[in-house]
Design a protein around this ligand. Sequence first.
Ligand code: PLP
Length: 496
Amino acid sequence: MKCFGKPLNILSFFFSPIFLFPSRIVFRYTSLHSMPYLTEVEKVDPELAEIIHREMAREYRGLELIASENFTSKAVLECLGSALTNKYAEGEVGSRYYGGTEFVDGVEKLAKSRALEAFKLNPSEWGVNVQPYSGSPANLAVYVGLLQPHDRIMGLDLPSGGHLTHGFYTPKKRISASSLFYESLPYHVNEDGVIDYDELERNATIYRPKMIILGASAYTRDYDYERVRALCDKLECLLFMDMAHTAGLIAGEVLKSPFQYADVVSTTTHKSLRGPRAGMIYFRKTDRNGNATDFEGRINQAVFPGLQGGPHMNNIAAIATQMKDVCSPAWKEYAKQVQVNAQALGKIMISKGHTLISGGTDNHILLWNTRVLNLTGSKVEKILDAVNISTNKNTIPGDKSAITPGGIRLGLCALTSRGFVEKDMEAVATFLERAIQIALEIQGETASMKLAEFIATFPSNDKLAALRKEVEEFSAKFDMPSFNGSDIKYKNGIPH
Ligand code: PLP
């Protein structure tokens, strides 16, 4: 039995305040819950507090379908706002460049051991660095640690759903540091939105990269790790999995684990893992034949002093507490529900006549083809925003331009954290459908209508205002993991 986070034995129960002063404890409990948010910010910086409260309202009263976002817990937010923010601790646990690190060492140790446990990794085979500030610096640290400048890499192209940091460049410009400092040849998805492994194998055999990168930002299917591992073995190159999007589902055993196949694995901690905004790098201490590698020193050196200074210990504490959550039995249920919700929403959308890239999803992401509706992803993103449904425009196979892509990316991690289940997907799909109908009415016969002109019609559209009200009333029925509707205060009345 647990009470306020501590085990309760019989003796302490009879002397506990709950037994002696039950009404006070109830009062204390309710007052804790209704404890106003941001009291100090309100006092010292009311202008900023108002903006934060408005963001809280946007999150609480809206449908958050951005695939890279999630709603983290109060415990994570408390760690981020704790005294650990004050502490410098350059270096590693036990060998820091600063004094006074005995407590933050404990924090980082916990974060590392739980980060390994979350993916059932044996600490003699795998190590982890929990210091990267976020996903992009984590990926750069992987390259800096394991490659030489100008070594060749192959990652999924950005318009195919890959991430910028996987070597992205355009015909005119090298965009990402991963293409500025390394030579990169992208691979692609086929017209069904599935990785063209034949193309990857053909080109890799000619290009002979030092590293093949798996993982993506907008990809709906699981990966063929076995095939890519075999290719890497043949070419004697490294296999790097960036599981930023899918880490939570991998930890929940809903998706295959990459660890059996990869040499190095990176992740963000704020997407499907639902933690703070940070990154982690897992590296093999022993190779797949059991021989020791030198990856640990190379990755650690690349993170610090190679690319970063002092680790953000408040973030590392937040990783630690989130990894505890990920190690709990309840996490599997969450991960499963994310996938079930995404698949349910996909099925309903298809039954309403919509087209999804790859025909559905294995994970939390749906890629919605809006080009076939005669609407650009940009217009759909804007009209959904106007009714407080957050999504993002996304390229889909066949797009000529990334500026006016033909699709929308939807993700179900955040809504699932608010307790949405399959039956709620019917309402979500109906809201999406109604927004599309309004968009088509606005556009009429003129699909060439400019985005600015399209948006300019919103303020006078009564149907949009009515839909927004319904979306907000519906959304506000679901709790947020870290605050309630009653925590939200506006100085200048309800915003609209
Ligand atoms: N890797 C992948 C696959 C991502 O989708 C992202 C972010 O969207 C990143 C890396 C970068 O993460 P961050 O935004 O934390 O730098």
